[in-house]
Structures are given as C-alpha cells and as structure tokens.
Write a protein that binds this ligand. Sequence first.
Ligand code: G4P
Length: 528
Amino acid sequence: MSDITVREAARRRTFAIISHPDAGKTTLTEKLLLFSGAIQQAGTVKGKKGGKFATSDWMEIEKQRGISVASSVMQFDYFDNVVNLLDTPGHQDFSEDTYRVLTAVDSALMVIDAAKGVEAQTIKLLNVCRLRATPIVTFMNKYDREVRDSLELLDEVENVLEIRCAPITWPIGMGKTFRGVYHLLNDQVLLFDAGGTRLPHEFDIIDGIDNPRLDALFPLEIEQLRNEIELVKAASNEFDLDAFLSGELTPVFFGSAINNFGVKEILDALIDWAPSPRPRHATVRDVEPGEDKFSGFVFKIQANMDPKHRDRIAFLRVCSGKYERGMKMKHLRLGRDVAATSVVTFMAHDREIVEEAFAGDIIGIPNHGNIQIGDSFSEGEQLAFTGIPFFAPEIFKAVRIRNPLKIKQLQKGLQQLGEEGAVQVFKPENGADLILGAVGVLQFEVVAHRLLTEYGVEAIFENCAIWTARWVSCDDRAKFAEFQKATVHNLAIDAAGSLSYLAPNRVNLELTRERWPDIVFHETREHA
Ligand code: G4P
C-alpha cells in the first residue's frame, strides 16, 4: 500500500440519498452541491414541474413525468474531503437500479418528509441497506411546514425501520412557529430564517440552551422547549459511532432543505462519522481500498445520457488503488485490456475527463456494449467482485414491432437496454417473441420511449402468461441436459446469456421444483 492510495481513500465519502418520492431528495442534493460550492446559485436547478429541471435529472422522460428515473453521480470537494454523491431513483418501479446503486456506496442519507413519516419506499430501501449493514444518517425534512410530532417520528423510525435513533439536533417548533434547531452535542441553537439563498454560516447561532438571549427572543416558548430538550436527552439514545457504523443506530437531524436549514449539519456528520471506503468482497479475497493496484466493478450502465454523446457509460466504483488517465485496465470477464483514455467523472450534467481516481470514486467508462453490470476491472489480477444482484422480475410482457423491417434495431435496442439493466430481456429457447421482465410497470414505458427515441423502433408490449422467472443451474451436467430437454418451452436466455425458467404460475414452479430436485432455482442472479 502506498501513502497516497491510503490517504486518498481515507478522505473519500461515497453515499446515496434514499427516500420516498417527494420527501425532498432532489432539493437536498442541490443544497449539498450549493454548500460545497459546486453550483453557485440556489434555485436554478429545482422545480421539475415548473419547466426547469434538476441537475441530477438526466433523461427526457424524467422531465416529462417529474420523477427521477436514472441514477446519477456527483463528485465535489468539501474542505479536505472528496464527496461522491450517488442519486437514486425514488420511484419504486425503478427499485432494481436503486438496489444496485446501493451496492456501490459506503453510507446512505435517508430523507423523511416529517409531515408523512416513514413511507413505503423508504422501508424497501432501508431493507436493501441492511443487507450490507450500510450506515444511515437521517434527515427529517420540511419543518417549515406543519409536521408530525418529532418524538412520534423517532418512534416510528425505530419501530418500522428497526433502527435505533440518536437525535443530534432537535427542532424548536414547526411551521409558522419554526424557530430553529438545538444541537444536542454542541449545546447551540441555530436560528431559523426562511429563504433559499442563505449559506450555512449566515444563520445565527446562540451558544447554550440557558442563554438569556433565547428568553428574550422566545419568551413564551423557551420554558417548554427547555423541558422538551430535557425529556429528549433522557428518553433517546446517545450517539454511538460503532453502532452507527454497523448500521444499528442512525443519527437524526431536523430541518428544511428548501430553506437550506439544517443541511450543513448533515454534511458534517457524513464527513465526521460516515466511513471512508471499506474493503470489498471479491471471489478470491477481500480487496483493501489502500492497495496500490487499481480495481473496481460496474454497478450501472446508462445509454445516451446526453444526446451529444451517443455512447453508453458504464459506472464503475473504484475499490482499490489509483486510476490514472491512459492506464490499462483489464476487463476480467472478456480477458481484454481496455484503453481507458476517455474515462469521465460526473458533475450532474457535465462530464469531465478524469485524470486520476481513488477508492470510493465513481468513474464512467464509455463503451459500445461490451461492458455489463457486475463486470470487474483490475490491473490484471483475476478478481470478481461479488454482491451485485439482478432480481427476478415480477411483470412480464411479450414484445412485437409495428414495422417488421426494424427487427434488427429492436434486437439491438433490447440487447443494450437489457445489459444496462433498464429491463430484463429473455429470449425463449423455442424461438417465440422476446419477453421483457421488469420489477415495475413504469420500466416498460421507459423502454418503449427509449426504443423509439434512441433506436427508432415502435414497439408494442403484450401481456403474456408468465408469472415469474428463476435462473437455473445444476452441478450434474447430464441431469441439467435432461431438464433442459424436458422443459424447453419454459426456458429462456437473458441478456447476460444465463439460462432461466419462466413459470406461468406458482403451482407450475412448485411442481417443476419437486420434479427436478437436482436443479437449483435462483431468485437473484449474480453477475456470471
Ligand atoms: P424528491 O426528489 O424526493 O422527489 O423531492 P423534491 O426535492 O423534488 O421535493 C418534493 C417537493 O417538496 C418539492 O415541491 C419541494 O419544493 C418540496 N420541498 C423540499 N424540501 C422542502 C422543505 O424543506 N420544505 C417544504 N415546505 N417543501 C420542501 P414541488 O414538487 O416542486 O412542488 P411545489 O411545492 O414547489 O409546488
């Protein structure tokens, strides 16, 4: 390990924001960027419904529908640290993409709309974080509005999400009487002031909860507030770094993203407490971030993010060492070197050529379809990073095209969209129509839109009698061949070339399982 790779890895923080749609993820992202100085003017990037669009919203369809479809990546400096922020689609129909983004982060920031509390998508996302014991920082948003009782909110997080809460700040009032937040560790009151242009250091701070200035400012409320703080201190968990790092306890902050209020405190918590890149599991060994040699894995592929660049970008999380412009990286699945001269980094809309990158960074490798989700790269060592799953789809459609002359474009488009993970594509062994599988209905709309705009194909999706898919494997070659022969009408190959069994209903799947006890039916597929 060299000093530089160890030091650079240690100053990186790579996290994602997770939330239910409308909780304020986009707003918060913009504010974090604003504070870092990455964008200068607040409000230029907000307002999906108002014609303008968020920096993190890339695709046309997002603007049309006002939801974040694609995940994007932003890198910025914050004092001595380098922050990589991975955006995730909030809509549940794109949860597959989100799940995989969460495999590439070291911590997560959970945003909750304090008027609504814990919502469905938050529960799902937190469960995914739990799979890797990802540390979570919580932000209760929208205190400039009437919201629910703060203690009740903490209770809900603890009970529904099964994670202990340690409030770090505490709100003083809400809505019209929102006065600010009290920092329980610093014993300081940060005074609220509405408006979206104020920078963190422009809010007034009063030292000490017993400070007479507070009595002068809020004569009617201050006694009650002091009592409440006493109660909160006595009733809630103290912050414990180890419990946070093992994903058992979450520090909780309160504020209003749209008013830039309480946001800096979260960023500071992520810098001070969230982990720098951790060792990663690979097939042969665990890989340390500070190792000299470069390695990483692809967790996401996206095509045509910017009409000016009509290529596909593979998002690679650097796991160790140093990437340098022009270095040779080995694409381990194909056993080939990739000339990495045009590797890019991300600042929402803009892409810049990367000169160097270290563990925790996300780099983008332009390619023409030879990189798939889950692919590992190294300087030559045969490492395959594990834990990047595909999930069995829940909805299936058969694909037809209006103009049969476009069949080639359709196949190409679906092959690429399949490799990207935008949708799962199954080619039945008996040669019938291609079958698309998705976790959410909206994925089909995106695919139809993209087939039309990117490949010029008008596709028609029809319902089909498939209930679920299971990837199949068997150690006994002869048995496997026998199985394949007997069930050929139910078998299909996915975009990565893996064999799967398409079951028309639950009973069929159960009976097939019973009949073929040597065959393993997998609900998720790790990269081959
Ligand atoms: P998302 O990415 O999680 O889906 O949420 P987003 O940031 O788009 O925020 C959803 C809505 O909540 C936005 O309103 C946004 O302005 C509002 N919002 C975010 N933070 C706060 C906050 O601290 N206080 C209040 N009161 N609102 C907040 P919108 O969809 O654009 O509608 P509109 O209210 O602007 O008409």
